[in-house]
Design a protein around this ligand. Structure first.
Ligand SMILES: NC(=O)C1=CN([C@@H]2O[C@H](COP(=O)(O)OP(=O)(O)OC[C@H]3O[C@@H](n4cnc5c(N)ncnc54)[C@H](O)[C@@H]3O)[C@@H](O)[C@H]2O)C=CC1
Ligand SMILES: CC(=O)C(=O)O
Ligand SMILES: [Mg+2]
Length: 453
């Protein structure tokens, strides 16, 4: 399955009018499996035409095939190839803007020295004034060490930036929260805790992102203890909230009760452990976690202490075996693990009306188009398929609520309330196997989360 969401390339071509026609070009692209979605004439002379042809392709390899085919077409010269997703990232995706124009010396004297000194003094005398006189009350730090970026793994702090910039955009656009991407060039737990504590005065909340398990658990716990602003590991709690929201709606479609279902969840890391905990809190009784070595069960001493704890709270029948073994009879599959690990054969073994949430990004555990004929409800984490179950449905709104009521934490009750609120955005009349969730719907429910803690 393609990892490039809706990948389009734009190829600028020059072709000699007496050698090649546009239909030759269209045929070449079609034969290479590309789909023309746009044509712009750039210039035309008696002998040559230059056109920008935008082509939908499956992925980067497929793009190379299309371009190679064009290069081999007689009379055609490829001038350059661009990718609209790359174009969107040139120079980064966000910027800082002033709220007040500085037009006069008087303005300057008030926003900056000497006027600003009186503001500093006021805050020094009463630090809570930082909430009214600085950006703190509406600003969140998006912190990553780049060790578990989407499902790409440890790609490092530089490569993590596009995701963190994207999260900052979503905070702003969906909930009006100002967010800064901060990617740290360290994997040391103590150092990360120390750095985040040291920068905390500027922020009203800390959103930890894409920090690998199990280190993420300690970092979050210590920061929660030591800071008086909400600290929220999005991959754990944002994911858990949206998963529960999606499941509540999916269960209505299949008419099953949460306490009766069997759930198999793959990927017992940051997202998987938090998803399991919220499902247990919501009433699921039978949940089996599967990681690379198979089902997590009691009777094994795992090196990962979180898995020993996991074995004690899940898998009531203490079943061992591979994903293919334990999936038999499951009502729900939840994947927060790795691409392509669920097969159609596995899905066929599930109970009647299977619910499959293949949430790994960017490539899910099963291609939704392959799974679709065998499942009742299918969801992924992607924006280019129906039923997006992605923490973007949660983190902007839950922080909006937390900042507005100046909450000092985001607790379990707030997460459950957020899940129910997100689920409720889709009304019973609208609910169908293709409208489980509504992406970008945080504005409507965020107010419900904004209760003082
Ligand atoms: N849709 C959404 O909103 C979200 C999706 N995710 C996705 O979930 C995945 C995991 O993310 P995190 O929990 O943050 O990472 P993590 O690194 O904390 O955990 C990943 C876990 O998956 C396990 N795993 C890897 N390959 C596996 C396989 N073949 N079979 C079974 N288990 C396997 C790893 O051993 C590890 O325990 C990523 O693909 C990520 O993009 C994560 C957060 C939100
Ligand atoms: C969506 C997200 O946070 C992830 O895949 O890591
Ligand atoms: Mg993430």
């Amino acid at each position: 399955m393609s990892s490039g969401a809706n990948m389009h390339i734009t190829v600028r071509l020059q072709f000699a009018k007496n050698v090649a026609s546009f239909s030759d070009i269209a045929t070449a692209i079609g034969q290479a499996g590309g789909d023309i979605v746009g044509i712009d004439v750039i210039s035309s002379s008696k002998t040559h035409t230059v056109r920008d042809i935008t082509v939908s392709v499956l992925d980067s390899k497929h793009a190379d095939v299309v371009v190679d085919t064009l290069r081999k077409t007689s009379g055609v010269k490829v001038i350059h190839v661009s990718d609209r997703t790359f174009l969107m990232h040139i120079g980064g995706k966000i910027e800082v803007k002033s709220k007040i124009p500085i037009k006069t010396r008087d303005d300057l004297a008030r926003v900056y020295t000497p006027g600003v000194a009186r503001i500093c003094t006021a805050i020094a005398e009463d630090p809570t004034k930082a909430y009214s006189l600085t950006i703190k009350r509406n600003t969140v730090a998006v912190i990553s060490d780049g060790t578990a970026v989407l499902g790409l793994g440890d790609v490092g702090p530089y490569a993590a930036m596009p995701v963190m910039e994207g999260k900052a955009m979503l905070f702003k656009q969906l909930a009006g929260v100002d967010a800064f991407p901060i990617c740290l060039d360290t994997k040391d737990t103590d150092e990360i805790v120390q750095i985040v504590k040291a920068i905390a005065p500027a922020f009203g909340g800390i959103n930890l992102e894409d920090i690998a398990a199990p280190r993420c658990f300690e970092i979050e716990e210590r920061l929660k203890q030591e800071l008086d602003i909400p600290v929220f590991h999005d991959d754990q709690h944002g994911t858990a909230v949206v998963l529960l929201a999606g499941l509540l709606n999916a269960l209505k479609i299949v008419d099953k009760k949460i306490e009766n279902i069997k759930v198999v969840l793959t990927g017992i890391g940051a997202a998987g452990i938090a998803c399991t905990k919220i499902l247990l809190a919501a009433g699921v009784k039978n949940i089996i976690g599967v990681d690379r070595q198979g089902a997590i069960h009691r009777g094994v001493q795992y090196d990962n202490p979180y898995w020993n704890e996991y074995a004690n709270m899940t898998n009531p029948e203490n079943i061992s075996g591979s994903l293919s073994d334990v999936i038999a009879g499951a009502d729900v599959f939840i994947g927060v693990s790795a691409p392509g690990i669920l097969t159609v054969e596995d899905v066929k073994k599930m109970a009647k009306d299977p619910i499959v949430f293949a949430m790994a990004n960017p490539v899910p555990e099963i291609d939704p188009e392959v799974a679709e004929p065998y499942v009742r409800v299918m969801a992924t984490g992607r924006s280019d398929y129906p039923n997006q179950i992605n923490n973007v449905l949660c983190f902007p709104g839950i922080f909006r609520g937390a900042l507005d009521c100046r909450a000092i934490e985001i607790n379990e009750e707030m997460k459950l309330a957020a899940a129910e609120a997100i689920a409720s955005v889709v009304t019973d009349e609208e609910l169908s196997k293709h409208t489980l969730s509504r992406a970008c719907s945080t504005i409507k429910w965020q107010k419900k989360c904004a209760k003082p803690s």
